[in-house]
Design a protein around this ligand. Structure first.
Ligand SMILES: NC(=O)C1=CN([C@@H]2O[C@H](COP(=O)(O)OP(=O)(O)OC[C@H]3O[C@@H](n4cnc5c(N)ncnc54)[C@H](O)[C@@H]3O)[C@@H](O)[C@H]2O)C=CC1
Ligand SMILES: O=C(CO)COP(=O)(O)O
Length: 350
């Protein structure tokens, strides 16, 4: 295996890394950055969890059964966390704005802030890069996305992702910064495509979970993944994504992972719904995060505004808002007008 880390000169990497958000993904990314040879500080709100990370090398609530191979320095002091060469912002999408706002006063101009949430903001319909631009305009935005379960990365299993930022040299430097023997980032300049792939696949993962949880069959699962991926591409292209991005790790790659795997919380959420579990239990405080449950309606709103049809996301949003039962949603999807497979259905902008 090649050794990208050891051969890099200091000028090719950001050495002092802060990770904001000490849940599953933030902790896994912090561990990876430590493996890559970076000086890492992990910021979180919960002193007890941080103590477990730094003293026991464990985070049982989010990464059960894993003992970390790296020591991690942690802090609850946001000003300390802001003082870094590069910041990874790894909170749930609906919390990203509040953290960006909190840290806003302390982040130096031009600091790269790598956004790792896979979601769209409810109410405002903002992508994560738009949230950052509103609350941390002095930062340089980047997106990290792709098929990557936190537990796999925390265990040091081989993983590949995409890191996008408008400047190609900066994208290369961020990839070099986070590249380790088990973590292989690919560079991109398509921030819209990379972030939309991650946000939209979560909605599709819920839909696929529902279909398998309700035992609608492997054929239905394959059809849904394919047509769901087609509608993801329709919306993303309309919003400015590049088609090659959507065929890559952050699009197809993450659909392949999340839409067929119980390790995905979105898939597992959908599966439980399909089995008949109560939505109120699945969305109760303390339940596992399912970003797609928040993003589904936002995606439909964006699609409406841009004259794009998203029947699968619409079905998910309607089921989650209890406007349709799962059976009614399936009937609606199956009775849509027949059309050529390559046709792009559209509707007037509203
Ligand atoms: N877990 C995974 O495998 C992956 C997750 N992601 C994405 O990363 C994002 C975060 O997910 P996870 O870390 O898995 O979620 P998680 O549920 O494991 O952890 C979320 C963390 O955010 C903290 N948090 C919540 N609100 C906060 C606030 N206002 N201020 C500070 N901290 C706050 C929580 O205390 C918790 O530590 C999501 O958008 C997810 O889609 C992306 C790739 C992989
Ligand atoms: O984004 C992920 C894998 O790429 C994690 O998916 P879940 O949030 O559905 O667990």
């Amino acid at each position: 295996m090649s050794k990208p880390v050891a051969t890099l000169s200091a000028s090719n990497v950001f050495q002092r890394i802060s990770v904001l958000g000490a849940g599953a993904w933030g902790t896994a990314l912090a561990l990876n950055a430590a493996r890559a040879g970076r000086d890492v500080v992990l910021w979180g709100r919960n002193a007890e969890s941080l103590d477990s990370i730094s003293t026991k090398r464990q985070l049982p609530a989010y990464l059960p059964g894993i003992t970390f191979d790296q020591p991690l320095e942690t802090t609850t002091d946001i000003t300390e966390a802001a003082d870094a060469d590069c910041i990874l912002l790894v909170a749930p999408a609906q919390m990203t704005a509040s953290i960006a706002e909190t840290i806003g006063l302390y982040v130096r101009k031009g600091t790269p802030v790598v956004l790792a949430a896979k979601g769209l903001e409810k109410g405002t319909q903002r992508m994560m890069s738009e949230v950052l631009a509103d609350y941390l305009p002095q930062a340089t935005p980047a997106i990290l996305s792709g098929p990557s379960f936190a537990a796999d990365v925390a265990r040091g299993l081989p993983t590949a992702v995409t890191i996008a930022t408008p400047s190609a040299p900066l994208a290369d430097k961020l990839c070099a910064t986070l590249s380790s023997q088990s973590f292989r980032p690919y560079a991109s300049t398509d921030m819209i495509g990379v972030q939309l792939g991650g946000a939209l696949k979560n909605i599709l993962a819920i839909a696929c979970g529902i279909v398998l949880g309700k035992q609608l069959g492997a054929s239905a699962h394959a059809a849904l993944m394919t047509r769901g991926f087609a509608e993801m591409q329709r919306l993303a292209l309309k919003l400015g994504a590049r088609s090659d991005t959507l065929m890559g790790l952050s699009g197809f790659g993450d659909v392949a992972l999340s839409c067929s795997n119980h390790q995905s919380r979105n898939f597992a959420f959908g599966f439980a719904l399909g089995e008949g579990k109560a939505l109120s239990d699945l969305m109760a405080p303390g339940a596992k995060l399912s970003e797609g449950a928040y993003s589904a309606r936002v995606a439909c709103e964006l699609a409406n505004a841009h004259g794009v049809e998203l029947p699968v996301a619409q079905a998910v949003a309607d089921v989650l808002e209890q406007k349709d039962s799962i059976d009614e949603a399936v009937t609606k999807l199956m009775s849509r007008p027949l059309r050529a497979e390559s046709e792009v259905p559209s509707k007037p902008n509203s």
